[in-house]
Every structure is written in C-alpha cells, then in structure tokens.
Write a protein that binds this ligand. Sequence first.
Ligand SMILES: *[C@@H]1O[C@H](CO)[C@@H](O)[C@H](O)[C@H]1NC(C)=O
Ligand SMILES: *[C@@H]1O[C@H](CO)[C@@H](O)[C@H](O)[C@H]1NC(C)=O
Length: 177
Amino acid sequence: MPAWGALLLLWAAAEAVKDCPAECTCQALETMGLWVDCRGRGLTALPALPVHTRHLLLANNSLSSVPPGAFDHLPQLQTLNVTQNPWHCDCGLTYLRLWLEDRTPEALLHVHCASPALADARPLGQLTGYRLGSCGWQLPASWTYPGLWWDVLLVVVATLGLALLACLLCTATEIFD
Ligand SMILES: *[C@@H]1O[C@H](CO)[C@@H](O)[C@H](O)[C@H]1NC(C)=O
Ligand SMILES: *[C@@H]1O[C@H](CO)[C@@H](O)[C@H](O)[C@H]1NC(C)=O
C-alpha cells in the first residue's frame, strides 16, 4: 500500500475516534466503523454516540431506558450488547426490543428486566404486548369518529323509518274508517 494510502487510513481512523464519548473507549475497525466500548461505566443515560459506531457495548451499566429512535442515526450499527443493566421494561422500551428483534434476536434472551413488577426478572424477549403495556396509545380520533357518525346515522334512519311507518298506518286507518 502506498504511503499516502496508509496515511489516509490513519487519518480516517483518527477522525472516527475523535468523536468518541468521554465515557467510552473507541477503536477503529479495519473494515471501517468503530468498536465502542462503554462497559461498566455506571451510565444512566446513553452517551452521544459517533455516527460510525458498528459494535456498541453497553453491558454492566445503570441504564433503565433507551429513548425511541436512539440508534436511528447510526446506519452502521450491527451489534449491541445491553446485558447487565436494570432495564425498566414498559412500553418505552419497545424501540430497543424491536431493534434487537430485527438484528440479533438471540440477544433478547439475555436482556433481563429489573422493573416494573409485571416484567420483573423476565428476559425482554419474553414480554408480550400486554406486559410491555401500550403507553396509553389510542387510535387517532379520525378512526373513532366514523363509527360514532355511523351510529348517529343509523338512529336517524331508524327514527325516520318508524315515523314513516306511523304515518302510513295513520293514513291507512283514516281510509278504512
Ligand atoms: C461492572 O462495572 C463495575 C464498575 O461500574 C465494575 O466494578 C465491575 O467489576 C463490573 N462487573 C462486571 C461483571 O464486569
Ligand atoms: C454481552 O456482554 C457480556 C459482558 O461483557 C458478555 O458476557 C456477553 O456474552 C455479551 N453478550 C452478547 C450477546 O454479546
């Protein structure tokens, strides 16, 4: 490899490592991307992660949640180790669960929940929608209104129908009288 090629690689590696969060250690991989090791730092929140993160180790911290979309800006992220954290497994953890389910489903069995009581000590992978909770999400208003208006329409049609029937009966009785 020509000297300038090696220099370019070194520069790229240095550029990548430069964004490393203070709480973690980063290593540039030969295949591009970063190995970001944040194990055992007592983290309670995710650090600002470099965009080239490929492998992320978050094991043995005090993380209880991951904001939805937390890894969306990391297109190269392939593996995520989040074991040994006091995860609070409610609906707020749905993003992490889906992320792991898509990429490394076997890892879900090793991610244990610390709370709430419904999920306590279960692997995140075993929690159904009921145990994760719905966060109080509801169908948007526009979905519920047609049903309501449909009911109103039925009542109106039924009332008109009855009124019409009553009129017919009245007229019929008058004719026969
Ligand atoms: C977890 O991290 C703490 C520091 O926060 C460290 O003292 C301990 O040895 C680590 N445990 C494991 C199993 O890595
Ligand atoms: C995650 O990290 C822990 C501790 O460093 C290790 O014991 C475990 O094997 C790792 N799990 C995965 C799925 O990489």
